[in-house]
Design a protein. Structure first.
Length: 199
């Protein structure tokens, strides 16, 4: 932790702290918000720090897509290649990620509110747009038909990601912060309304 939080984050009968990952998908870092949009996100980030969160002030992604970034983050390692014909290899890495295995072995309760399913902990908020994609879909996307399929996929996302979904996700995460537990918690909340075309 960057500093000592104002409250103790450890469960009553555990030496391990609760762990929360809040991923604001597609959200610019604070430096770029100030530089390009003349907007300071300091009050929001300061409130997170006050509650013991570590905030990446100048965060950048090593990969162009969410599925690649999340699979590396949860497996604590870099990809040998960031390109694959389909998302399937990255989805499999997320489903079988090392973080959940490690924390489960340490007695953590796993709460997956991400865009993706974990094998042992499916998400009630996963997006159908991240279902397995075929090689045929990949080749179609390399042609003029890409624009048609892209528009269709955007409509699929729009129909799945709603303000109601995001509100429910926030409520679930906030509810867990208030629940006392003998076991430490790992909570992964993946918010999508910070991602274009919504932001």
């Amino acid at each position: 932790m960057a500093h000592k939080p104002e409250r103790d984050l450890r469960p009553v009968n555990s030496s391990f702290p609760d762990i929360y990952i809040l991923l604001l998908d597609g959200y610019a870092n604070n430096n770029n918000l100030k530089k390009y949009w003349h907007f300071s996100n300091d009050p929001f980030l300061d409130s997170l720090r006050k509650d013991g969160f570590f905030v990446l002030g100048s965060s950048l992604s090593n990969y162009p897509y969410t599925v690649q970034t999340v699979s590396t983050m949860l497996n604590m390692d870099y990809h040998q290649t960031s390109y694959a014909l389909t998302d399937n290899p990255f989805l499999l890495e997320i489903a079988n990620n090392k973080t959940v295995d490690l924390l489960s072995d340490k007695g953590y309760q796993i709460h997956n509110f991400s865009l993706f399913d974990f094998n042992t902990h499916p998400s009630p908020f996963h997006l159908a747009v991240f279902s397995e994609k075929s090689l045929m879909a990949h080749f179609i996307n390399q042609t003029v038909f890409y624009f048609v399929s892209f528009n269709q996929s955007q409509e699929n996302v729009l129909s799945t990601v709603t303000l109601d979904r995001e509100r429910k996700l926030v409520s679930k995460v906030v509810e867990l912060t208030k629940q006392a537990s003998d076991q430490p918690k790992f909570v992964y909340g993946h918010f999508f309304l910070t991602h274009p075309p919504f932001i």
